[in-house]
Design a protein around this ligand. Sequence first.
Ligand SMILES: Cc1ncc(C[n+]2csc(CCOP(=O)(O)OP(=O)(O)O)c2C)c(N)n1
Length: 618
Amino acid sequence: MPDFTVPDLKKMKLPKDLKKLDRTQCEVLCSEIRQILIDTVSKNGGHLASNLGTVELTLAIHRVFESPKDKIVWDVGHQAYTHKLLTGRADRFDTIRQEGGLSGFCRPDESVHDAFISGHSSNSVSAALGIATAMKLSGSKRFTVAVLGDGAFTGGLVYEGLNNAGKSETNLVIILNHNEMSISKNVGSIAKYLSTLRTKQSYHKTKNVVEKALDKTPLIGKPVIRAVKASKKAVKNVMLNSTMFEDLGFAFIGPLDGHNIDELEKGLIAAKALGKPVVVHVNTKKGKGYPPAEKNPGEYHGIGSFEITTGNPDVVLPDSYSSVMGKELLSLAARDGRICAVTAAMKHGTGLQYFAHDYPDRFFDVGIAEEHAVTFCAGLASMGMIPVFAVYSTFLQRAYDELIHDLSICGTHTVLCVDRAGIVGEDGETHQGIFDIPMLTSIPNTVIYSPSCYQELIMCLDEAVKDRTGITAVRYPKGRDSSVFEKTGLNTEYDFHRNGGRILVVCYGRLYENVLKARELLHNEGLEFDILKLVRIFPIDQELFEVVSSYEKAFFFEECYRFGCIAEKYASGCSNTVSVALDGFVKHGAAADLLDECGLSPEKIAERLREYFYGGKT
Ligand SMILES: Cc1ncc(C[n+]2csc(CCOP(=O)(O)OP(=O)(O)O)c2C)c(N)n1
């Protein structure tokens, strides 16, 4: 290993060389990493607060375990930036979240050290248990480590995993990274329960049980006992007590100070020695080391580029589809006391903060629990309330059975505000909102609106909360409405622009703007087409089948997975459709660039149509 005082992540053999660092070097490295995190996220945007909170924990994990032989599974993966830096990706770290660069989450195809895909919360225990079980079956004695936040513990999948794992006799180490925050303040009884563990300490029991366990492992046991004894504080903080985890069959260690590397390492070494599935409770501070993020961890959970000295975001969005929805819902709630707003831990992201402020009794943050949210809405609706579940398209995927079984069969009326629908950009495959249309159109008695601008969103939401049966979804994209088209002919059904062209373009949502721009481009070349802008995209009126069928060709442009897209539905009644939709998972990058790559930018739309005009090519 090169001689250094300040460890150079670009020159070290990682993660192996981390074990050779002395305590001072570890501390220097941690502050170096924090600087890299702040510098990079200030330029590229990304998840800052969660990463600042897990620097020491990540270093300790890599010093105690041996990745990739031991497997580390990060829940959500938004806190794995330090893991990327410590596993040989420092030279490319400045590319994070950019097209062709590192992903903002864990991806096994990016590195052997990313043991499992991540992006959606609360799956780490199940995934780690599967990996640990496979290791056991293959005779390996290696460890599997799941790292998850207290926010993730509000997701039911965690308990399904714990239920299975406690008695599994695997080398599974579950690390609870406890900062008392989800994106906003963590909610619910479990959060409260974990918080009681955060401050509880049981010195005597700890000493006995840990020593007993470590004694059984002669090679590492004895030195660890000596090390543990050497630090009174560390011994005090290593607790084994009667917790829900022990009742479920796990050993339990903690709470450990998540910013004290020595204490963390001792706790993790003890965890390895216990010889059974173990939960290690680690207290961390979200945003640690960057005062604006420490003060405001929610705002710095996921952030765009910002000015480091002031902490101010470079562009402050004055409004967004989410905030327009949130404000309109607020005014609807003022008129109708039956309207309730539900979020699965995304109050600010979905624009429900206004509702939460004015109508706290009718506002429900249920934690990262989309399945529960849907069934909870079904219960509310069964009693005559009008629940509105505002949820990102990608996270709605979690609740598919509940949509069918608990909502649709009984026909109870629930409104889904499907935010981040379509391509979302830098968060990549796990976050693109491209499956909600295939999902929802397969559920009987479901209506879907896809407005093309703020005004239409307001009209669609007003329509959606009106009394009816079944699911009514309003889907809209991430960010602002930057459309400049003339806002005439807005409604909640469709708008038909007839120019006498022989081909028709069908679109909806924000792609309407791109289609209008494509029309402008082709108009300059003397080529004309008609446009059918759908607003209520599903179900399809018989008259629209007839309109579409009346053209030589009807091109559909959609930000949607192509199997199950709207063009496919029209193809069941028309023989002239051409579908331009998404072929599969869409990687990370700027949304406009991704749209272009997928053939959905104004230029690519024009190109596709031009090819048909000149060569008959579809
Ligand atoms: C199923 C699902 N719903 C919502 C989200 C959005 N989300 C990303 S991180 C996060 C909070 C996670 O909190 P926690 O697990 O405590 O991690 P921390 O950021 O505090 O380290 C949420 C709600 C998600 N990733 N997955």
